[in-house]
Design a protein around this ligand. Sequence first.
Ligand code: ATP
Ligand code: MG
Length: 429
Amino acid sequence: MRIAIQDVTPETDYAEIIGWVHEIRDLGGLAFFIVRDRTGLIQVTIPKKKAPEAVVEAAKEVSRESVVRVAGTVKAIEKAPGGRELVPEELEIVSLAASPLPLDVAEKVSAEMDTRIDSRFLDVRKPRVGAIFFIRSVAVRAINEFLFSRGFINITTPKVVAAATEGGTELFPIAYFEKEAFLNQSPQLYKQMMMAAGCEKVFEIGPIFRAEEHNTVRHLNEATSLDVEVSFADHNDVMQLLEDLIIAVYRRVTEDCADQLATLGVDLTVPATPFPRISYAEAIEIANRTVPEKISFGDDLGTAAEKAIGEYIGQHYFIVDWPTAIKPYYAMPYPENPELSKAFDMMHPRMELSSGAQRIHQHDLLVEQIRAKGLSPESFEFYLKTFEYGMPPHAGWGLGVERLIMTMLNLPNIREAVLFPRDRHRLTP
Ligand code: ATP
Ligand code: MG
């Protein structure tokens, strides 16, 4: 019976494993393979004179990254990975790999991101890369468990839509029979409509599509968004929820992914709480102390500003009280000062992770704000209708899953945090 490589210990007598040939070393009388499965590595040692003939024959033929089945006795040996080696009685080539490999899985030769993505299936075989996606899976599971424990229900909303969420040009048009349609840039309108449907607390983890022209290390054209919406809550309530969620995810990853973090060389610490909250006005003041191009009230915070503020604060933080003019039409203005809105961004020192707000739940105010942005209420009819028949007050946010993973693991490029990135120049694999 086949067992996982990590379950073969120096005390094991006999083991059968299946894995990929990570390395091959032939020292004449002795051949060494390192075999890898998703749980670890093991040395397979073949003394050519003593080994069964079939084993020696298979060993001659096998190439790196072939799938092999190995069965034999286990010996404790200090120098080998995991303190043990496997001496095969049987060695079967299950699936022979062609040579040369398009990518070196053993990472003796490092490769550019593009080459790696071209052969992503091989890239993910690298323990370091595999660790990222194991951690991502644990993080997504932690998000689900956290939100279910808080009484949320999971929803799925359409990705093919007729209208833009926020207008603008960041949309991919698609052909939908005889109509024009778009890939959705955000589930915003739909999660709000679920508030009108009486669901109270909803979340979705799904793709968002942004036709952003620029190629950066923190933008994808198809990203994964965790979207949350809560009824009878304001911006402060959902900021607290977001902070609690980040802590829950970091805790779970530190607890359940010790091996993967070690493989990545990441020393993960749970962020300190509470996350500092600074106003947009304070944020531009901090940025203006160091950035060369001064920011005026009402400007967006660019990359340089985000970096300057992040360096100054040095941990996760919120930027609150944004000018209404630069936040989406659905953000709730402060009644006593409608120039500012109950909108926030949650930041990692390196970049924005999330944007959220208390939403406008009053139909007429919403129509007014849509018009103020130069958009036409007619194209939002299906959405606006839900505000006329008992829309509760509500608030929510959207968090980029890839950015969460990227910042948590200190990855240099967002493409490291997604299996098959979609960017300005890439549609395959
Ligand atoms: P940025 O200003 O950094 O481009 P944004 O403000 O346009 O982001 P939002 O519309 O606020 O993004 O989306 C909410 C969250 O979704 C962002 O904070 C980010 O984590 C994630 N996100 C948005 N667009 C992208 C993208 N193109 N690639 C990866 N993640 C994204
Ligand atoms: Mg944003």
